[in-house]
Design a protein around this ligand. Structure first.
Ligand SMILES: [Zn+2]
Length: 235
């Protein structure tokens, strides 16, 4: 028959294994969350680039409208020129036409500049959209592989839990109760070895009385300082 503390040690090691596996699952789920946050940022950036592109396009539309208005006025002035009698009025109109033509020339230059900016804004939008699409694809792949990993680990945990049950069945109620209580509050170290008269859990010296109990008894022996379950290390 396998000794009580040996059963407890194995239970503890199985429990710590499960904790480790669950932590690794949690980390993988966090990876997915991080990727989702990253994609939200990429989405916001792509949206911003889209708005920037629209704004530049609107600027071009405004300038083109302005240009057409100026051209329309020049046409109107040219018609008026035919019916003007006085030299003064004539020269005022001619100078007005000259000024409109200058405006048009400035607008044409501005439109060309703005079109180059539109080209850049367009490229940036295309690039941001492409980055977003790639990230969304890779998120899909990540979710798929994390789901598979988590499921695999679930199966592994299930197996360990079945193994745990076998050991639990070997224990009396009293030992199990103390083990469970300590296991929950002592960070996975409920059962610790005594090495060189020192508790492996809290590093305090063990009383001679406790040592005697450990060597002789079959009952559980607890550290008088940290109240963990003690066993004598063979080494
Ligand atoms: Zn202790």
């Amino acid at each position: 028959m396998i000794e009580k503390f040996e059963v407890l040690k194995r239970l503890q090691s199985l429990k710590n294994k499960i904790n480790g596996l669950e932590a690794s699952q949690e980390r993988r789920k966090q990876d997915v969350q991080k990727k989702k946050v990253q994609i939200e940022n990429e989405k916001a950036l792509a949206e911003k680039k889209h708005e920037a592109k629209i704004a530049v396009q609107k600027e071009i539309d405004r300038k083109e409208l302005n240009l057409k208005t100026n051209e329309g006025e020049i046409t109107k002035y040219n018609v008026q020129l035919n019916s003007i009698k006085s030299n003064k009025e004539y020269s005022i109109l001619v100078s007005e036409i000259g000024s409109k033509k200058a405006d048009i020339s400035v607008l044409e230059d501005e439109i060309l500049d703005t079109m180059s900016r539109l080209e850049i804004a367009n490229q940036e939008h295309v690039k941001a959209t492409e980055v977003l699409r790639n990230e969304e694809e890779s998120l899909k792949d990540l979710i798929e592989s994390v789901d598979a990993e988590v499921k695999g680990v679930d199966d592994e945990i299930e197996k360990i839990k079945n193994e745990q049950k076998k050991y639990v069945d070997l224990l009396d109620e009293y030992s199990l109760k103390h083990y469970n209580r300590l296991s929950n509050i002592k960070g996975g170290k409920a059962v610790v070895p005594v090495i060189g008269n020192v508790c492996g859990g809290c590093s305090m010296n063990i009383r001679a009385q406790t040592l005697n109990a450990l060597m002789g008894g079959k009952d559980l022996v607890f550290c008088q300082s940290c109240s963990r379950i003690l066993y004598l290390d063979d080494k």
